[in-house]
Design a protein around this ligand. Structure first.
Ligand code: PMP
Length: 430
């Protein structure tokens, strides 16, 4: 007899490629199907409840079905979900975000992180009149051709560390797109500047995630960032941040922790309050490329569902409640988790470590924290051990992101962290 999930997956295989709509949620032998969520708990269609440390890939800052969002969005749904008109909700939310972040003079809403990064790169090109994009080796920035270059699980494709290869993710990516992406190593200032200097006149922007997940969830160093910023000032280029994930780490995003301000910032995930969202924000002078009142619009840009009032209402409510006090509380909870996991690692005596900042952390089955993408590389042996650990956690009521990363929600307390640490400790002992 097949259970409900097996039956659903058998049906899904007939109508969805591989039975899924997003590869990230695929698990062997089949994905798990959610029935409902409340706070930091999710119940699947088999009736099993687990603590959710994945939070839809870091996008739910208050957990599931947060009452204030449910109430505000329900009221909006009764009034309509989208119009061929602007709404008050987008103005209100734009004001909140611009008040929150010093580098935001203007903001434009879109529908996903991918779209936000894409619009940001195109805005950089429109503003500078240059074509090339510089990005950090291995960093994930969504699915735009130029943004997704340079992530490969195969070390033989990496190329020389002094000139990392521009490797496509998707077969069929145009060669020309690859030529227009300059790859720099993370936190390696000297090498990065040398590489950038070889493309001095052509770089529209340097794209940086301040805490890149795939690079090991380690923060960008001040030295690295200051050097990139100075390089962009010296070479008529822009410094642009991908804060799609990191916006949750501080009141004004992770950029609050650094001395330099970006020209533009892309956001997504938590700013939608649980609904699809993205945004591009930054300096007035640069954001002007989108301005339809200009004599010549350098970047004509629209989106059918952009700034729809459902997302705007949900996002506004989520961020209004994610104030300084809530952020400090959540980040302290993550610090507590990292300390307890580090103790568990020492108690068991396993070669593992934990990285991360703000309300996110990642467990590596490596004795030392990685410093860049090449060191964060998970080989076949480590990958098998991580899968075993994640399965063990799942069987013990814990959902993590598939790199063994966790993102917390304000619905969590030390109780849930203690459950995670106990299950991890058991898992380390296996
Ligand atoms: N940038 C970063 C840093 C991300 O983590 C992601 C998504 N994981 C994206 C961009 C793309 O966002 P989306 O999935 O909403 O398109």
């Amino acid at each position: 007899m097949m259970n409900k999930s097996e039956q659903l997956f058998a049906q899904a295989l007939k109508v969805l490629p591989g039975g899924v709509s997003r590869n990230t949620i695929f698990r062997k032998p089949h994905p798990f199907y959610a029935e409902q969520g409340e706070g930091c708990y999710v119940t699947d269609i088999e009736g099993v409840t687990r603590i959710d440390f994945a939070n839809n890939m870091a996008s739910l800052i208050h957990g599931h079905a947060y009452p204030a969002i449910v109430e505000a969005v329900s009221a909006q749904l009764h009034k309509g979900s989208c119009f061929t008109m602007a709404t008050e909700s987008e103005v209100q939310y734009a004001q909140l975000l611009c008040d929150r972040v010093p580098s935001f003079d203007k903001i434009r809403f879109v529908n996903s992180g991918t779209e936000a990064v894409m619009a940001m790169l195109k805005a950089s090109r429109a503003y500078t009149g240059k074509a090339k994009i510089a990005k950090v080796e291995g960093a994930y920035h969504g699915a735009y051709d130029y943004a997704e270059v340079s992530q490969t699980a195969n070390p033989s494709n990496w190329g020389d560390v002094d000139k990392p290869t521009s490797i496509p993710v998707a077969v069929g990516t145009p060669e020309k797109a690859l030529e227009d992406v300059v790859v720099i190593p993370f936190n390696d200032t000297e090498r990065a500047i040398n590489i950038l200097n070889q493309h001095k006149d052509d770089i529209a922007c340097i794209l940086v995630d301040l805490l890149p997940h795939r690079v090991g969830l380690i923060p960008a160093s001040n030295d690295f960032l200051n050097a990139l910023h100075q390089w962009t000032r010296d070479n008529q280029s822009l410094l642009v941040f991908d804060e799609v994930i990191t916006f949750r780490t501080n009141y004004s995003g992770a950029q609050q922790n650094y001395d330099v301000e970006p020209d533009l910032t892309a956001m997504g995930k938590i700013i939608g309050g649980g609904f699809p969202a993205g945004a591009l924000a930054g300096r007035d002078e640069v954001m002007k490329v989108l301005d339809p009142t200009e004599a010549k619009v350098l970047l004509p840009h629209s989106g059918t569902f952009s700034a729809n009032p459902v997302t705007m209402t949900a996002g506004y409510t989520a961020l209004k409640m994610f104030d300084q006090a809530a952020i400090e509380k959540l980040n302290s909870l993550a610090d507590y988790a990292k300390e307890e996991i580090t103790k568990a690692i020492a108690d068991v005596g396993i070669g593992a470590c934990v990285t991360g900042a703000g309300s996110m952390f990642r467990v590596h089955l490596k004795p030392e924290p990685p410093r860049n993408y090449r060191e964060a590389y998970v080989d076949k042996k480590e990958s098998a051990l991580i899968t075993k650990l994640l399965d063990h956690l799942f069987d013990n009521g814990i959902i993590m992101i598939n790199t063994c990363s966790a993102t917390l929600s304000t619905a969590m307390t030390t109780k849930e962290i203690d459950c995670l640490v106990a299950a991890l400790k058991d898992g380390f002992e296996m």
